[in-house]
Design a binder for this molecule. Structure first.
Ligand code: IP8
Length: 250
């Protein structure tokens, strides 16, 4: 099965709070619908969609001072962040449903938590059941209960890594605003099999913040069993049909 992340910056207008990039979301939904219709082999065991926040969720989180590590015990803050992400999730679901993609919501806030070590605990029984029953579960970056800290943020990238591991994904795709991981000359690096090989272009080892940029993504994806691809929206259809566009992280 495939775990696909739609980057928040791809499907929203990052310049304006809580504004969708409707055209980009339509293109993404078209690609997903077409790939499911073509009964592509790599989708035979199903598809899980995860999306980020973009102009939804992030500004609410920063207004309330909530990050992946700084928690809140203010219920209003939780409602604000979760509410914004549910609004975006509803947009994503409706665009998929319009194209007869059987997408259904799974909200991380209600599905998981962080333990006292800060590690994400995300039971996946409901997701595997939904997959087996032919649905396309759609998760999103969210606020989540955090033992000892109230509630913190879980990013879409973190969910992708967790789901790819627990669901034993065959392939992982990150649809991004860039066509892949870029080298110093802005050319797409086709394959990455070790962090050391790309450290000079991606930055030093401090760059481990889970929501922070390409360096953190690459490090997390290198740790996965499955190959992961980072590519732009133009390549989403190809990826879902089995191609390895953009950068492949082995
Ligand atoms: O955009 C975080 O998800 P991301 C969403 O994947 C928030 O980092 C801030 C609730």
């Amino acid at each position: 099965m495939i775990v696909l992340k739609l980057g928040g910056s791809v499907i929203t207008d990052k310049e304006r709070a809580e504004t969708l990039d409707g055209e980009a979301l339509d293109r993404a939904a078209d690609a997903v619908a077409a790939a499911l219709e073509s009964t592509s082999e790599s989708l035979a065991e199903g598809l899980v969609v995860v999306h980020g926040g973009g102009s939804f969720g992030h500004h609410n989180a920063s207004e309330h001072g909530v990050t992946t590590t700084a928690g809140t015990r203010d219920a209003t803050a939780v409602h604000d962040v979760h509410g914004a992400m549910k609004t975006l999730n509803a947009f994503v679901l409706s665009r998929l449903l319009e194209r007869e993609v059987p997408a259904v919501p799974v909200h991380p806030f209600s599905a998981g938590h962080r333990d006292g070590e800060g590690d994400l605990q995300l039971p996946t029984g409901q997701i595997t059941t939904l997959l087996e029953e032919g649905f396309v579960p759609a998760l999103h970056g969210d606020v989540i209960g955090h033992a000892g800290r109230g509630a913190t943020i879980v990013s879409g990238d973190e969910l992708v890594v967790e789901l790819a591991t627990s669901l034993e994904a065959d392939r992982v795709g990150l649809c991004s605003t860039v066509p892949g991981v870029l080298d110093a000359d802005d050319a797409v690096i086709e394959r990455i099999d070790s962090y050391a090989a790309v450290e000079s272009v991606l930055g030093g080892s401090e760059a481990t913040d889970v929501t922070g940029g390409m360096a953190a993504k690459v490090r997390a994806l290198l740790a996965l069993e499955a190959n992961a691809s980072i590519f732009g929206l133009d390549e989403l259809g190809g990826f879902l049909e089995g191609a390895e566009p953009g950068t492949t992280i082995e």
